[in-house]
Design a protein around this ligand. Structure first.
Ligand code: HEM
Length: 222
């Protein structure tokens, strides 16, 4: 497949979606593991040490650049694919036919992806942007543990995060199956195992993330 086809054909777009999606899946494991350190009962010491290592390291800055390229490639190709699929079907199917053909979350990948994008914009404004601003102007990081505690003392923000994480859960659930199909991993004896790992990941990662704002809000982490 040529570069142009990779960006313009439906199969090429799906390939970019699957590849960047799996890269983001790996990122979420690292992100979730680092943040999980807030549960070490040492008033955020371990979490801040790990976050410092990740923030002040040139390899991490290169990976960060790759991460942002991956996120935007995934979003842009996702929107393009949603539009392409919609335009292919000028006459919408009757309700019963649509329900037979695909489940609700498979049809709503574009909508869920957009909700996650809105979540990400707020999330970056909460943590990433002020932290980078502080690093550039003051030469040191924000205390991200204190920032989490102060932000997640607001119930409405906790609810917003929970809604974002619920969208992530639905999006991942379908995204995994879709990526496996794109890479030809949807037949053979390992399918139940691969599907099981995909489903377990889609539930576990958003639940662990959700525990963070909830625990801080209720004062279980201090
Ligand atoms: C409640 C759950 C979460 C918490 C408490 C949290 C916390 C943080 C913090 C503290 C940072 C700043 C790191 C830094 O400045 O070096 C950050 C960055 C980031 N977060 Fe989250 N996060 C959560 C969930 C998520 C989710 C679900 C996603 C993706 C869907 C996500 C994507 C990102 C990205 C892409 C960055 C920028 C990473 C970087 O450039 O190093 N986060 N998050």
């Amino acid at each position: 497949m040529q570069w142009k086809q990779l960006l313009t054909s439906a199969v090429g777009k799906k390939f970019v979606m699957g590849f960047t999606g799996l890269f983001l899946v790996l990122f979420l494991i690292v992100h979730c593991s680092i943040n999980f350190c807030i549960f070490v009962p040492d008033h955020g010491k371990t979490f801040l040490e790990v976050a410092h290592f990740m923030g002040f390291n040139w390899i991490m800055h290169i990976l960060e650049l790759g991460l942002f390229v991956g996120i935007f490639a995934h979003i842009i190709q996702g929107w393009a694919l949603t539009l392409q699929n919609r335009n292919k079907r000028p006459v919408q199917y009757a309700v019963s036919r649509r329900n037979q053909n695909s489940t609700w979350y498979s049809r709503s990948m574009g909508l869920l992806g957009t909700l996650i994008f809105i979540f990400l914009l707020v999330h970056w404004a909460n943590f990433w942007a002020p932290n980078r601003y502080h690093m550039i102007t003051g030469g040191k990081e924000l205390n991200l543990f204190e920032r989490m505690k102060s932000l997640f003392s607001h119930g409405w923000l906790v609810i917003f995060y929970l809604a974002g994480l619920f969208s992530l859960f639905w999006h991942l659930l379908h995204g995994f199956q879709s990526a496996f199909r794109t890479f030809g991993l949807d037949s053979g004896k390992y399918i139940p195992l691969i599907r099981g790992i995909g489903t377990a990941y889609s539930i576990l990662v958003p639940v662990i993330f959700a525990l963070m704002p909830v625990s801080i809000y209720f004062g279980w982490v201090s």
